[in-house]
Design a protein around this ligand. Structure first.
Ligand code: ZN
Length: 181
């Protein structure tokens, strides 16, 4: 991540539903995320307007998790996005039209374009550096339909990795498997 991107203080929608504050520790290794210069990813899932899960992964844990997906699955995920979204163009257009008005970035599904208010289920993603949300590809949302389509592309091995991760993060009561992109 380079430093030319726009950023804003982490909007409340990215804060922890449980604590009402920003998520302060990596959900896997428990390292501190609020230390200046710490990069991490936040993912939250919403069902009918309510948060059903949330977590933050530091860059190390994110990379380790991503690398544990099978190569085939990673290629398929990349191909899926390349086919449906022009991320560079999206970045340019949004910055030009809306700057760092994050609500404009997360108002519609990245792939399908459905307004989030009209979908039952969606996942919200954001790349962050300590107390800030960074505009670099993310923030974005994926609607439930897209999550389903991507899960269908994944190998059994990768689904196993995601299932293990979900268990590690949330215990056996996890609502459903995560999609770490
Ligand atoms: Zn970590």
């Amino acid at each position: 991540m380079d430093m030319h991107h726009d950023y804003i203080p982490l909007p409340e929608i990215y804060w922890s539903f449980e604590t009402g504050k920003p998520i302060e520790h990596c959900s896997l290794c428990d390292c501190e995320l609020m230390i200046a210069g710490t990069h991490y990813l936040i993912e939250k899932a919403f069902l009918k307007g309510e948060t059903i899960f949330e977590h933050a992964l530091c860059l190390d844990c994110y990379q380790t998790t991503h690398e544990s997906l099978s190569e085939e699955s990673r290629e398929r995920i990349n191909a899926y996005f390349a086919e449906h979204v022009d991320m560079d163009r999206r970045q340019e257009t949004l910055i030009e039209q809306h700057g760092s008005d994050h609500e404009k970035w997360i108002g519609h599904c990245l792939v399908k374009g459905f307004p989030v208010q009209e979908v039952e289920e969606y996942q919200l993603y954001g790349f962050c550096i300590d107390r800030d949300l960074v505009f670099s590809g993310a923030p974005y949302v994926l609607c439930g339909e897209v999550i389903e389509e991507i899960l269908e592309l994944l190998s059994a091995e990768t689904l196993g990795v995601m299932h293990d991760l979900t268990e590690k993060l949330f215990g056996i009561d996890a609502p459903k498997d995560l999609l770490v992109l």
